[in-house]
Design a protein around this ligand. Structure first.
Ligand code: PEP
Length: 255
C-alpha cells in the first residue's frame, strides 16, 4: 500500500512573515490528518524559519534544489548536509523550471540524486514532457528517457527511497491540467519502466506524484487514479485553503 504524499513547491514566492503564517495555518489545518504525508518546500532562505514554525506538526520540510558536493568552493550553492542541518527531509530535483531555465541535465540530476540518497534525504525527482513533445506523440519516449537518465545507477533500495513526480510541462502554472486519464497513462508507463529497470516489487512501492495545476477541485479525480500516489503542488500550495483542500481530497481517497 502506497501512502499518498502531497508536497507544496512554493518556488520563489512569499516572504519571511508570509511563509511563517502559511505554515502555522497549515499545521493547524492538518492537526488530525494522519493518512497523508505532507511536505512544504519554501525558498531556501526561509527553511530554518519554516522549520521552527513546523515544530510539533507532522508536516515535513523540503528544499527545492541542492548541489551534489558536500562542501567547498561552490559559490551560491547549498549542500545536502546543510539541508539536513536545517531540518529538511525532502529535496525536489530536476523540476522542469530548473531543466528549462537553468539547463539542468539528466546527468546532473542523477549526480544530485546519488548525493541526496547518500545523505539520507528523500528526493522528489521530476520528469515531464513539453507541449511540443506531447503533440509530436513523444511523451512516453521523453519521460522514459528522463527516468532512465535521472535514475541511473540506483539500487533497488535507493529506488524505493525515491519519490517521482510526473509533471507535464504544459500543465505547470498554466491552469491546464492533464486529464486523469492522460496522467494515469503516463504514471502506469513509468511504473512499467521501473519494473524493467528494477523489479515489479520495487515498481509497486515507488510513490509517483502528479504535478501540474492541481487544485482542490480537481485533486480528488486525479488522486483516485490507481497509479497516482499524490501531488506536487505549485500555485495552490501558497494558500492555506487551496493546499488544505488538496490534502483533504487525498485523505478521503480509497486505494
Ligand atoms: C510545480 O511547480 O511543480 C507545479 C506543479 O506548479 P503548479 O501547481 O502551479 O502547476
Amino acid at each position: 500500500m502506497r501512502k499518498l504524499f502531497i508536497a507544496g513547491n512554493w518556488k520563489m514566492n512569499l516572504d519571511r512573515a508570509k511563509s511563517v503564517d502559511l505554515v502555522r495555518g497549515l499545521a493547524d489545518a492538518f492537526r488530525t490528518t494522519t493518512n497523508v504525508d505532507i511536505a512544504v518546500c519554501p525558498p531556501a532562505v526561509y527553511l530554518s524559519e519554516v522549520a521552527g514554525a513546523l515544530q510539533g506538526s507532522s508536516i515535513e520540510l523540503g528544499a527545492q534544489n541542492v548541489y551534489s558536493k558536500p562542501d567547498g568552493a561552490f559559490t551560491g550553492e547549498l549542500s545536502c548536509p546543510m539541508l539536513k542541518d536545517v531540518g529538511c527531509r525532502y529535496v525536489i530535483l530536476g523540476h522542469s523550471e530548473r531543466r528549462a531555465i537553468f539547463g539542468e541535465t539528466d546527468a546532473q540530476i542523477n549526480e544530485k540524486l546519488h548525493a541526496v540518497l547518500a545523505a539520507g534525504l528523500i528526493p522528489i525527482v521530476c520528469v515531464g514532457e513539453t507541449l511540443g513533445e506531447r503533440e509530436a506523440g513523444r511523451t512516453a519516449e521523453v519521460v522514459r528517457g528522463q527516468c532512465r537518465g535521472s535514475l541511473a545507477g540506483l539500487s533497488e533500495t535507493q529506488m524505493r527511497a525515491t519519490v517521482l513526480a510526473y509533471e507535464p510541462v504544459w500543465a505547470i502554472g498554466t491552469g491546464r491540467t492533464a486529464t486523469p486519464d492522460q496522467a494515469e497513462e503516463v504514471h502506469r508507463d513509468i511504473r512499467e519502466l521501473l519494473a524493467t529497470m528494477f523489479s515489479s516489487e520495487t515498481s509497486q512501492q515507488v510513490i509517483i506524484q502528479y504535478g501540474g495545476s492541481v487544485k482542490a477541485d480537481n485533486a480528488l479525480e486525479l488522486l483516485s487514479q490507481p497509479n497516482i500516489d499524490g501531488a506536487l503542488v505549485g500555485g495552490a500550495s501558497l494558500k492555506v485553503d487551496s493546499f488544505s483542500g488538496i490534502v483533504q481530497a487525498a485523505s478521503v481517497v480509497k486505494k
